[in-house]
Design a protein around this ligand. Structure first.
Ligand SMILES: [Zn+2]
Length: 419
């Protein structure tokens, strides 16, 4: 046991304990408020809807707690119990070259991790989501999705993993900087390919047929200084009842995607308000800022990996007796989340600030009452709790809880008085 082991164990315990405690608080808080609809929503939301949200949130918190415990045990199995060392030993016996062996180690480790996650994911989809009426996925669809993802991962993931291993082997001291550049280029290509090449492998995208709604959206885009690069409806209902809408595309031209479930539940003026909120994220540069943050984070991660990869105690302290660049990469992926999780409250706070800004923008372009009503409908349809625990929310939530968000909108943009 060296210093690395000790620091790792402390963070593993600390991070898991904090998150278990927060999930427990969230569960207790929503169940405590279960008997009554909160005052601000009385008359707007039925008791049965409120109680469903409480039960759904409580069930999700149980799942989160189970996930945390299993995750911590698995990471111990991979590291200190020698799982990764054993896997890497199997590949090394093959006698292939360094890059091929290394790619084999990284890819097979990632596959095994995904496989080990599957039972919990099946339980989440077919038991918990199904119990609350959200799941529309069939087992056949689930299997076909998993197979497609595996093939895509092999096609797309193998070259970038092999390239990173080649760089660390041949590019010298600064390999991590080149590695980061390659990674950044890779993410940009993926962002560009995703809407037109990857997403259609999983869903059907049909141009929006509703002419009145289309005109409304184009009008909003023009008013806000954007142009449309296509407005599509996606068959999200094929997998889940949860609704959503998103934008893709670089620059001023936006491809807009609505889940069919969202179009069913919102009125046209509410859809417009939701889109105006999304446009607000672009107007305020949130999308660009988030991309820059992600890029800087990955730079820090590559720099850190660049140091650890040449530190023998990093391997021995984490249960790897036969160090290789590939095992360093896998160890890093396994262990880092237990350190970075403690920064989550900072990014969550930052994201919630963005949500308020985007809401303000939407209220300046459309009637705030439409967005408020849309939010009530969406929180209702997604069974989000109206009474979350404040600490859990501060730590995890990228979106402010419904009551706070609605109060903010109502205070900043009071409904015009009738005179
Ligand atoms: Zn938003």
């Amino acid at each position: 046991m060296n210093g690395f082991t000790l620091v790792f164990l402390i963070f593993l315990l600390l991070t898991s304990a904090i998150q278990l405690w927060l999930a427990g608080r969230q569960r207790a808080t929503v169940l405590r408020h279960r008997p009554q609809v909160p005052d601000d929503f009385r008359g707007k939301i039925e008791l049965a809807v409120h109680q469903k949200a409480a039960d759904y949130t409580a069930a999700k918190m149980r799942l989160e707690q189970i996930d945390l415990v299993i995750g911590a045990l698995l990471v111990l199995a991979w590291t200190l119990a020698g799982g990764l060392d054993a896997l890497s030993g199997l590949w090394t016996k093959g006698g292939w070259g360094e890059i091929l062996t290394g790619s084999g180690i990284v890819i097979s480790a990632l596959f095994i991790m995904a496989l080990l996650d599957t039972p919990m994911d099946l339980y989440r989809t077919f038991v918990v989501e199904a119990r609350f009426g959200f799941n529309h996925t069939t087992l056949a669809l689930y299997v076909s999705d998993a197979l497609k993802q595996a093939v895509l991962f092999l096609i797309i993931g193998t070259p970038i993993i092999a390239l990173l291993l080649w760089l660390v082997t041949h590019a010298g001291t600064w390999w991590w900087l080149y590695g980061w550049l390659a990674w950044t280029a890779f993410t940009l290509i993926m962002l560009w390919l995703y809407p037109t090449v990857i997403a259609p492998l999983f869903n059907r995208f049909i141009p929006l047929e509703d002419d009145a709604l289309r005109k409304r959206i184009v009008g909003l885009l023009q008013r806000c200084g954007f142009s449309s690069d296509g407005i599509f409806v996606m068959d999200g209902s094929k997998r889940s009842q949860h609704g959503n809408a998103y934008f893709t595309g670089f620059g001023g031209s936006k491809r807009i995607v609505f889940f069919d479930t969202l179009l069913k539940s919102l009125r046209p003026d509410e859809i417009e308000a939701v889109l105006a909120h999304e446009l607000g994220h672009f107007k305020h540069g949130h999308v660009r800022k988030r991309f820059i943050l992600a890029t800087l984070t990955s730079l820090a991660a590559f720099a850190l990996l660049g140091i650890l990869i040449d530190t023998p105690r990093f391997y021995s302290g984490l249960g790897v007796q036969h160090p290789s660049y590939a095992t360093a990469m896998v160890l890093f992926l396994l262990v880092m989340p237990y350190f970075s999780a403690l920064l989550k409250p900072i990014t969550s706070y930052w994201m919630r600030k963005h949500e308020f800004e985007a809401d303000d923008y939407a209220a300046s372009q459309t009637d705030a009452r439409n967005l408020i009503h849309a939010l009530v409908v969406l929180y209702e349809e997604n069974a989000s709790s109206l009474t979350p625990d404040s600490l859990y929310s501060a730590f995890h939530d990228s979106h402010p809880p419904a009551p706070i968000r609605i109060a903010h909108l109502a205070a900043a943009h009071p409904a015009p008085s009738r005179t």
